[in-house]
Design a protein around this ligand. Structure first.
Ligand SMILES: Cc1ncc(C[n+]2csc(CCOP(=O)(O)OP(=O)(O)O)c2C)c(N)n1
Length: 355
């Protein structure tokens, strides 16, 4: 079982930073995480605007999940192939992608359904990422199927280095059989797999409350039936999230066993643009972190304002650029659908279109 830090964790020689209980993150890391959170949020808010202005259409994304997601993206072992971590994300993980190095322009391109969208050539919903070079498996709109796929990459990884499989979904999705399949396949005696199964618990599944559907408060409690250890973390708190993720990843990497994490998060703009994306008034991880950073003297208000302004300029420029780029062409409608197959008489060529 990964151990909680019993002493304040100070990064060597560093005095300044933000505390959360007994845990501590150095000032520079706080500033890096904060900037990723702001850039991700501003990108998502600009995307919501696109859904209302006609520059885009349907919006779904991750405002409210940035604290946890930024910390996750920064700790992923990024690369292609079994020696690196595999990511089976859901549609609220934009801050994970931004932390891994995704340009805001690419998120905006998918929202704008442009041909230049690197994840789906303008065919999928926003935040439906896929990036082969980073082992980011295509995000599915059909919730929870990522949990059925995750043991597949983990089974392969078990035999290669210390890469692990990270799979993420919402709390409502845990009602699907795929979630249970993941727990079962990750914990078969003698065949345990390095799967980090994460639930982002915002207490809602569209308009259905968690409390009305689930008899246990936390999805990690269900891991007990499979002998899988787990931890619940305040996903609004970057300091607590950083260390919970670090413990969980260290456990999966070193033991090659599964682990469960449940991050309690906010759903700041409702489910999607289909519900109008109104602000929910829930607690905001960015403003809360800024207050703590200010109080700890690791940032000042002028710098905070500058980071927000820079992020707005970056997102606006991205929309301007994306809107100039071509849309998918009607004559391509049958392309980019199937992987190439020399034995397929209908689609023998490369129809994936993805790099
Ligand atoms: C298999 C399947 N059933 C239903 C839906 C419709 N649907 C889309 S999102 C969603 C709610 C998911 O809630 P949760 O898993 O808690 O994630 P959240 O959106 O709250 O982050 C539902 C029911 C779907 N996309 N796929």
């Amino acid at each position: 079982m990964p151990k909680k830090n019993s002493m304040p964790v100070t990064e060597r020689g560093v005095q300044e930073g933000v505390h959360s209980g007994e845990e501590f993150l150095a000032a520079e890391r706080c500033r890096v995480i904060h900037r990723i959170m702001v850039r991700s949020r501003v990108m998502e808010e600009r995307m919501i605007k696109m859904s209302k202005s006609g520059e885009g259409f349907f919006w779904i994304g991750g405002p409210g999940e940035e604290a946890f997601n930024a910390c996750l993206g920064l700790q992923v072992k990024k690369g292609q192939g079994p020696a690196f971590d595999y990511l089976h994300l859901h549609y609220r993980n934009s801050a994970t992608m931004v932390a891994m190095g995704m340009d805001l322009l690419d998120g905006i391109r998918q929202m704008g359904m442009t041909f230049s969208d690197p994840f789906s050539v303008g065919r999928n919903f926003p935040s439906h990422f896929s990036r082969k070079a980073w082992n980011v498996v295509p995000v599915s709109s059909v919730i929870e199927v990522q949990f059925a796929m995750a043991p597949g990459t983990a089974l392969m990884q078990k035999r290669h280095g210390d890469g692990v499989t990270i799979v993420i979904g919402g709390d409502a999705g845990t009602a699907e059989g795929d979630f249970t399949s993941c727990l079962l396949w990750s914990s078969r005696p003698g065949n345990e797999l390095p799967v980090l199964a994460i639930t982002m618990n915002n207490r809602w599944g569209i308009s259905t409350s968690h409390a009305s559907q689930h008899s246990c408060e936390h999805s990690i409690e269900r891991g007990k039936a499979f002998g899988i250890l787990g931890e619940v973390v305040d996903g609004n708190d970057p300091v607590a999230s950083w260390y919970a993720i670090e413990r969980a990843l260290r456990y999966c990497r070193s033991t090659r066993q599964p682990f469960m994490l449940e991050a309690m998060v906010a759903r700041l703009y409702g489910h999607s643009s289909s519900s109008g994306a109104p602000h929910s008034g829930e607690s905001d991880c960015i403003t809360a972190f800024e207050e703590r950073m200010l109080a700890a003297n690791v940032i000042d208000q002028v710098t905070i304002d500058h980071i927000h302004e820079e992020a707005h300029a970056e997102a606006d420029a991205a929309v301007e650029q994306a809107m100039k780029e071509p849309k998918p062409r009607p004559e391509d409608v049958e392309r980019f659908t199937y992987a190439p197959s020399p034995v397929d008489p209908v689609y023998p060529e490369d129809f994936t279109g993805l790099p």
